[in-house]
Every structure is written in C-alpha cells, then in structure tokens.
Design a protein around this ligand. Structure first.
Ligand code: ATP
Length: 360
C-alpha cells in the first residue's frame, strides 16, 4: 500500500468567484485570488475599481453576494455564512487610520497585546521604532499629524504579529522619502514574521516595489495576476500595459508580424497574445541622441523629434517628444535629459510586446 498522501497545505487566503453589489453598482465581479502563506500580494487598480470592497469582504466588514472566502483553510464567507471580523484573525490597517482617540499612542499600539505579556512594552517600543515614531508613545492621537496617525495605525496592526495583514493605502499620507523607507521596513517586518499580507494601492510604483505578486483590478474584475515582472513585462492587454507603468501603444495590423512601422521607426515585435492589436513601447526602450551630432550619429531608421516636456525625477526623467504628423511619444532618459525645445534623434531599441485590446 502507498503511504497516505499528506493533505495539501491550505492556501492562506482563497477567494473564489466573489461578487458584491451595492444597488446598481457591481463593486466585485467574480473575483478569484489565492495566496500562499507568507506571500505579499498587492491589489492595484484605479479609484473605484473595488479594491477596498475586496479588503472589507475579507475582513468581514461587508457580506458577499456570491462566491466563497476561506482564510487558512477555514471558510469565513459564503452566501448565508458570515464570520464577524473579530473571529477572522485578520489585522486591518484602514485608509484613515481610525485610532482610539481616548488612548495614548502607546496604548493604541499595545491594544492587541495581552496586558500579562511581559514583552508588551518592548514590543510597543519596537513597533513605534519601526514606523519612525520612537519616543512619541505618550502623545494622544489628536496631537499627531495625519501621516503620523496613519503610522500608529500601522504599528498597532503589526504589534501582535498577526498571520494575515490587510493594508488599505497605508502610506498615502506620507512624504516621498518617508514612504520609501517605510515600505521597505514594513515589508521586511512582515517577511520576518512570516505574515501573509494584502496591500491595496492605486500606486503602481508601490505595488511593483513591495509585492511578490500583483493583482491588477478594473471595474470590479481582476484583469491580471502575476509577479511585478510579469504584469509589467507581459501585460495581458493594452489597458494593463498603460496602467502598470508608462507605455505608448502602436497599432498592429497583422497579428503575425515580427516587425512594425511606428512613428518612432521600425520596431521588432515579440510573438504576442492571440488577437494582439497593439504594440507596447515602454519609454525606457526609446533612445535619444542630439540631432546632427557628428560625435554620436544616430542609427539608421531613427526619426527626428522635438522635446516638448521634461518630467525630471532626479535619477531619471520622462521626456515627451513631438514626432512628425503631431504624434507624441515618451522616452525615459538618465539624469541628464535634453531640454524642452531641443531637436533630437529618436529610435526604439529592443523588441516590444504585442497585446490585444483598446487602451481604455
Ligand atoms: P478608492 O481607491 O477610491 O478607494 P476602490 O478601488 O477602493 O477605490 P471601492 O471603495 O471598493 O473602490 O468601491 C468600488 C465601487 O463600489 C465604487 O463604485 C463605489 O462607489 C461603490 N461602493 C463602495 N462602497 C459602497 C457602499 N457602501 N455603498 C454604495 N456603493 C459603494
């Protein structure tokens, strides 16, 4: 006899065909997602696509209309079954923080920790340190800025080392440099605790930099799930291509073409998804050289363009080009971009991917 097969480990999160309507609005339309234990998933999508509703259904703040949600192998939501939030072992960081106004910062952070836990104060201090608020434990919530309150809410959720953490835009009220530091530190803390986490965001840079996998949502539906490299490098359609990162889309008449003529010259096309109608040109593939520079002659097939805007980011810049016929394209340059009004030679380097669908 064969040994009994071990039962396959349950997914930390299993969402199967979940729909949720508010009157005429379908906020979630047959959403399915699975997460392994310890995985970090970002749910990325534009405002109103259903991200917060999905989180609220997982946490138990909303009832689902159809489908099924299981956490750690246990069904918590089915039509007719609805486990209340406190019985789901889920930590939630809501968009607005929502601290207890009558408790100090330290007591807010320690809220989920047992009073008998002799490591309680050390853990509170550690979590305040993690979010960059060490030393502010005695303050009351109304004595903090909006961004500081958001960070206390984050510390409060992480303090009891929950197995599943749901984060709703937790970094939105923070300034740019603090946001980058906190994303990295929170990511590391969750990883060290082996926590499973879902981050809701409309910020593609945040999703791509933090997550193991990204679920891209639109109009209540999951359009694509994959690693950051997959959703950026092999988008399933033109909408995902332009929502996740910048892209110029060029029409593709013949789906089997291996090369296409574009306003930026000839572009090599990778074998695409069946039904492909558009070619995705990423700005980092667009190369620029000063026009008529004898020291750096542009390669054959390059086109003339005029620089109309330069969006400078410090380490790089996004440059908008005006091409023949009034068409535009975008190029990403290094820290020394051309100036507005410059004439440049432009060309596309490397093959581009072909995808189906309209942009919007
Ligand atoms: P944002 O990024 O702006 O927070 P979101 O992607 O989180 O948006 P949801 O808040 O989930 O989107 O909303 C999805 C849709 O459901 C929207 O059309 C919204 O107006 C609608 N909706 C959400 N909650 C309710 C509610 N309680 N009653 C009625 N409609 C709602």
């Amino acid at each position: 006899r064969k040994p009994t097969q071990a039962r396959a480990a349950a997914h930390a999160v299993e969402i199967v065909g979940v729909s949720k309507r508010f009157g005429d609005v379908t906020a979630l339309d047959e959403v399915s997602l699975q997460l392994d234990s310890g995985e970090f998933l970002a749910v990325l999508g534009p405002s109103g696509c259903g991200k917060t509703t999905l989180l609220r259904c997982m946490a138990g703040f909303e009832r689902i209309d159809s489908g099924r949600i299981a956490l750690d192998g246990r069904a918590v939501a089915l039509p007719g079954i609805h486990l209340p939030p406190h019985r789901r072992q889920v930590a939630v960081v809501p968009q607005e923080g929502a601290l207890f106004p009558h408790l100090s910062v330290a007591e807010n952070v320690g809220f989920g920790l047992s009073r008998r836990d002799r490591h309680r104060s050390a853990r509170i201090a550690e979590c305040l340190e993690l979010v960059g608020l060490g030393g502010l434990g005695a303050r009351m919530p109304h004595e903090l800025s909006g961004g500081q309150q958001q960070r206390v809410a984050l510390a409060r959720a992480l303090a009891p080392r929950p197995p599943l953490v749901l984060l709703d835009e937790p970094f939105s009220a923070l300034d740019a440099s603090l946001r980058v530091d906190l994303r990295r530190d929170v990511r590391r803390a969750l990883h060290e605790d082996g926590a499973t986490a879902i981050l809701v965001t409309h910020d593609q840079a945040e999703a791509l930099s933090m997550a193991d996998r990204v679920a891209v949502m639109r109009d209540g539906r999951v359009r694509q799930v994959g690693t950051p490299e997959e959703v950026y490098g092999t988008p399933v359609d033109a909408w995902v291509a332009s929502f996740v990162g910048e892209a110029d889309l060029v029409d593709l008449v013949d789906e089997t073409a291996t090369e296409v003529r574009t306003p930026l010259g000839r572009v090599e096309v990778l074998p695409g998804v069946p039904g492909a109608t558009r070619v995705v040109v990423r700005p980092e593939q667009v190369q620029l050289a000063p026009a008529d520079d004898p020291a750096r002659p542009a390669p054959e097939g390059s086109v003339r363009a005029r620089v109309t805007t330069v969006d400078f980011h410090g380490h790089d810049a996004l440059v908008t080009l005006e091409l023949a016929g009034g068409l535009t394209a975008q190029a990403r340059t290094g820290a020394f971009p051309p100036a507005v009004g410059d004439t440049v030679d432009a060309w596309v380097e490397g093959p581009c991917r072909a995808v189906p669908g309209a942009e919007t």
